[in-house]
Every structure is written in structure tokens, then in C-alpha cells.
Design a protein around this ligand. Structure first.
Ligand code: NDP
Length: 236
């Protein structure tokens, strides 16, 4: 097992982020989660931050660093959807999703890179989505952000690789979280016909892959898009 590392997870109060926080804590790491609204879950070092604010991102990193030292692992997980068909999608719906999912991840990565460059090691892990490569009707905004994360991660892996900093995208398919609980039963069964494993993932199945990407065993993986999608995106 690795010795305790300072890990920062955005959107760690629920869903995939919370499952990931639990996985890192179970592995003995020191975890700081950010949460935007509501209450932080009990038992975690938590700081309120909206990833659409560079100041709040900066303050969250400063709090994590004060408590646990330089952030060695970033899990840029915070994300949201504002679905709608193209003719009905407003500039605001497009921009809001862009600002949180893609620019938010960029803000976090830029802040994390500062400390990682000094440490000469680090793991940047972006939570993408199968739809970043597959596309999704009604999700032009969301899919574009998830495709954008791939360019972001691959550029960072070239920019920072010589300092032993890796940058990867973990790309889940459909996962049982609040995000997918909005889907009605018909839509869910329609989706399942395209998933070879014929079920949604649990949040912890995504968390375990993220934890692996942060492990010593994954030290030679960078610029990769790692699907955890039950086969939905095969070939993409
Ligand atoms: P949830 O909706 O359960 O949680 C989303 C998290 O992101 C919440 O903590 C939310 O905070 C936070 N968040 C959203 N916007 C912001 C913001 N502007 N600043 C800070 N935090 C923000 O989603 P999931 O756990 O399902 O999703 C996590 C990630 O996984 C997302 O990036 C999503 O796109 C991706 N993903 C999810 C899939 C799924 O099927 N569930 C499939 C593929 C990818 P708050 O509680 O305040 O709203």
C-alpha cells in the first residue's frame, strides 16, 4: 500500500465523488472533498467550493494543503447536466455546463499542477463519460465538455509527463447516482439494451478504477481514456 497521500476530490459530497473519497480513505490516503451545496458528509475533511470560481478552487486547495500537504492526486469529478435538444438549448445551458464540467476541471488542474510540479509527481484524474466519444442526443453541451476533458488530459500529459505527473480520463457509462435517477423507467430499459453487461454501474465500481489510476501500479499510464461502461462504448 502507498503511504498516505493528499487527495482532493471535487463534488465529493455524493455519487461517484463520495464513493471515490471512501475508496481513497479505505486505502489509507488523506482526502479533502469539495462540496458546492448542502452539507458535507460526516467524517471527511471538506471544504465548500464551486468549481466555476477560481478563487474558491484556490481556497479549497489551500485548505487541503494546510491540513495534509501538497495535493498529489486530483480527482476532477464535479459535473452537471442541462439536457435539451439543440434547437431548444440556450447559450446559458451550454455555457453553464461548460463552465462547471470543462473549465472547472481546467481551473482545478491548473491549481493542482502548481504543487505537483514542485513535488515532481502527481496524478490528475478527470471524470469524463462514455458520451464524450459516443455522443448523446440531447446532450450536446455535456458531451462536448466530456470530449474536451480528453484534450485537456492529453495536453497535460504531454506538458507535465517529464515531471512524473500523469493525466487520465476515467469514462463511466451509466452509473446509479442522483444524475441518472432522473431517467424514467422506459429510458432506462432502452439504455440497457445497448449495455452488454445489461446493468448500470455502482458508484464504487467507478471509484475503484479511479483509485487504481492513482496507485503506484498505474505509474506508466498517462493520456489514457479508461472506459468503465459495461461495454457501452466499445470501439470508441
Ligand atoms: P451527482 O449529480 O450525483 O453529483 C455531482 C457532484 O458534482 C455533486 O457533488 C455536485 O455538487 C457537484 N457539482 C456540480 N456542479 C458543481 C460546481 N459548479 N462546482 C462544484 N461542484 C459541482 O453526479 P455523479 O456522481 O453521477 O457524477 C459525478 C461525475 O461523473 C460527473 O462529472 C458526471 O458527469 C460523471 N458521470 C456520471 C455518470 C452517471 O451515470 N452518473 C456517467 C458518466 C459520467 P452539488 O451537490 O452541490 O450539486
Amino acid at each position: 500500500m502507498n503511504s498516505a497521500r493528499s487527495v482532493l476530490i471535487t463534488g465529493g459530497n455524493r455519487g461517484i465523488g463520495l464513493a471515490t473519497a471512501r475508496a481513497f480513505v479505505a486505502a489509507g490516503d488523506n482526502v479533502t472533498i469539495t462540496y458546492r451545496s448542502g452539507q458535507a458528509p460526516d467524517g471527511f475533511h471538506a471544504v465548500r467550493a464551486d468549481v466555476t470560481s477560481s478563487e474558491e478552487v484556490d481556497a479549497a486547495f489551500a485548505t487541503a494543503e494546510e491540513r495534509f500537504g501538497p495535493v498529489e492526486i486530483l480527482v476532477a469529478n464535479a459535473g452537471l447536466t442541462r439536457d435539451g435538444l439543440i434547437l431548444r438549448m440556450s447559450d446559458e445551458d451550454f455555457n453553464d455546463v461548460m463552465d462547471a464540467n470543462l473549465v472547472g476541471a481546467f481551473r482545478c488542474a491548473r491549481r493542482a499542477a502548481k504543487g505537483m510540479l514542485r513535488l515532481k509527481r502527481g496524478r490528475l484524474i478527470f471524470v469524463g463519460s462514455v458520451v464524450g466519444l459516443l455522443g448523446s442526443a440531447g446532450q450536446t453541451n455535456y458531451s462536448a465538455t466530456k470530449a474536451g476533458l480528453i484534450g485537456l488530459a492529453r495536453s497535460l500529459s504531454r506538458e507535465l509527463g517529464s515531471r512524473s505527473i500523469t493525466a487520465n480520463v476515467v469514462a463511466p457509462g451509466f452509473v446509479e447516482t442522483d444524475m441518472t435517477s432522473e431517467l424514467d423507467a422506459d429510458r432506462k430499459s432502452q439504455i440497457l439494451t445497448s449495455v452488454p453487461l445489461a446493468r448500470f454501474a455502482t458508484a464504487s465500481e467507478i471509484a475503484e478504477v479511479i483509485r487504481f489510476i492513482a496507485s503506484d501500479a498505474a505509474g506508466y499510464i498517462t493520456g489514457a481514456v479508461i472506459p468503465v461502461d459495461g461495454g457501452l462504448g466499445m470501439g470508441h
